[in-house]
Design a protein around this ligand. Sequence first.
Ligand SMILES: [Zn+2]
Length: 297
Amino acid sequence: MSSRPLAALIRRGVALTSLFALSALSPSWAQAETVPPVPPARPADLTEPPAPVVEAPRPPERPPELSGPAARSEATKPDATKTEDGPLTPPPGSPPPLPPARPAELSGEAALALTVSATDDTACRRRLERLGARFEPLPALSDGQCGAARPLKLTALGDGLAVTPPATLVCGAAEALARWAVEAQVLAERDLSRPLAGLTLGTTYLCRGQNHDPEAKLSEHAFANGIDVMAFSFSGRPDIAVASLPEGTPEAAFLAHARATACGFFRTVLGPGTDAAHGNHLHLDERERTAGHRLCQ
Ligand SMILES: [Zn+2]
């Protein structure tokens, strides 16, 4: 045991104790210059007073992990470093898959704008797949002024939500329906405490004028761009048919909320109360109007 390192350690100890103002220890240091074993051990402990005594070993270990690949330390010990690694990991992991999907999902309007402006609906079909919808392409429809170049047969929406009977729709309308259905599922849980199981549809594609008037302008149904929703079905409770229901019931609340939400996804939403022709269904379509006007009645 040489006296030089010991003296150095003691000097360090004294310096540290004065630094941290540990007045209780300093008198014993000043008097115990001749005590060899105890003082060398203490300075090491005294370097860590800033951290909690029990967790003293951890702070020195973390900086190396954080400066190295963050993803690796996250994978090996996600629970221990969760809060500290959390903010660091999203940049390397999420950007590739999420950015393409999120902007469209977050904004129904933006998604619709993209859908309508695209003559090629490949991107729309990809989004529809990503939403979990099940569909297959149909041959082009053409009947006088009616028709659709690239119609789809839609059989289910996300989460296995049934579409009964299968719908004949262009992709933009199918996508709007799929996005709205996600909201309707949330509303069903909230208003009825039951999961939505499916939609019962009336007309989708049909070559006819508005409100079945042959003299009227062609309906969006004539372009596979309109949907009539007749009823909602659920797991564990009876269907709810679209109708004017007595206010104050959970069923009426659900219908009102679902209908109001539809206005965020479709350019046209009509239903009970609009007129006699829409007393028993919600008519939803994607008709383009000047200046982006919507019809939500
Ligand atoms: Zn309709």
